[in-house]
Design a protein around this ligand. Structure first.
Ligand SMILES: Nc1ncnc2c1ncn2[C@@H]1O[C@H](COP(=O)(O)OP(=O)(O)O)[C@@H](O)[C@H]1O
Ligand SMILES: [Mg+2]
Length: 264
């Protein structure tokens, strides 16, 4: 993994710090690839606190949070899940895309998130696990416009009273971020790519296109440019081709925009 300094362009680290000190859990809301995971990693690194991360999906089960019984050398033991571990250790627990989990998983999580900050380990000894005072939880959700995302139940939402919005950054900020990942200059071409990305994002926001490119794409564009590839070819590879997934008409719309923006 590359080590790149996170650019805290909207003061999110400070909000996270205040929430941490106040013992208030945080929800980060924003589309994919706007820096949510990087933000929390940077925050944990600055705090020098251990970070445990879980990515939620429809396949996430209670056992992933709580733990599972295992058989070792004829003895049954209990392998604690990340929720329990992080509560014991006072870690930062990062729950990514929490709204994609099933209701029963969220219900079990809710037991730990309520003001008592404890959970009954009914799966093994019945022990009551009380969270370390430093235990801190940060979750993310994608906006509901994204297909496949579910609404987070209000009761879970209320466990995260601090809400940070992380949208796509303004053009000049995105340029600064992207330039952190390359050694060359290419400034004017990268600005074009960011403009293209924003056109596609706006079209996706009003459902004229099916896909909204993220900072991952603008960073990838700059990296390929830095390897000596031609701008138009890179624009097609990184921004254009993906739209063939929704058919030729969708692809052609984007291809025309690319042709009008990049000469070679
Ligand atoms: N503010 C930023 N400073 C530096 N890099 C960033 C920033 N925001 C996003 N990135 C980079 O953009 C990419 C996507 O970010 P990521 O944190 O994975 O987004 P998300 O978790 O919202 O999907 C990563 O390569 C990340 O390092
Ligand atoms: Mg992420």
């Amino acid at each position: 993994m590359e080590e790149t300094q996170y650019l805290d362009w909207n003061n999110s680290i400070q909000i996270l710090n205040k929430a941490y000190d106040a013992g208030l859990f945080v929800l980060i809301i924003g589309p994919k690839g706007t820096g949510k995971t990087s933000l929390v990693r940077e925050f944990a690194k600055n705090k020098n606190v251990n970070l445990e991360s879980m990515n939620f999906s429809l396949r996430t089960r209670e056992s992933h949070l709580i733990g599972t019984k295992t058989l070792k050398d004829g003895n049954v033991s209990f392998d604690e899940g990340l929720l329990i571990k992080s509560m014991r250790n006072g870690d930062i627990l990062y729950l990514d895309e929490i709204n994609s989990a099933e209701a029963d998983v969220l219900l079990r999580l809710d037991e730990a998130l309520d003001d008592r900050r404890q959970i009954v380990l009914k799966e093994s000894t019945g022990e009551v696990i009380k969270a370390n005072d430093n235990w801190f939880v940060v979750s993310t959700i994608n906006p509901l416009t994204h297909s496949g995302t579910k609404e987070l139940p209000p009761q879970i939402l209320s466990r995260f009273p601090v809400r940070i919005r992380l949208e796509y950054p303004p053009e000049d900020i995105e340029l600064q971020i992207v330039k952190k990942y390359i050694s060359g200059d290419h400034e004017s071409t990268i600005i074009q790519a960011i403009k293209l990305a924003n056109i596609l994002r706006q079209a996706a926001a009003v459902e004229e296109l099916f896909y909204s490119p993220s900072l991952r794409e603008t960073i990838a564009f700059a990296k390929l440019l830095d390897k000596g590839m031609m701008p138009k070819e890179v624009a097609n590879i990184v921004f254009g081709n993906v739209y063939t997934q929704w058919g030729d008409i969708e692809y052609q719309k984007v291809s025309d925009i690319i042709t009008s923006m990049f000469e070679n």
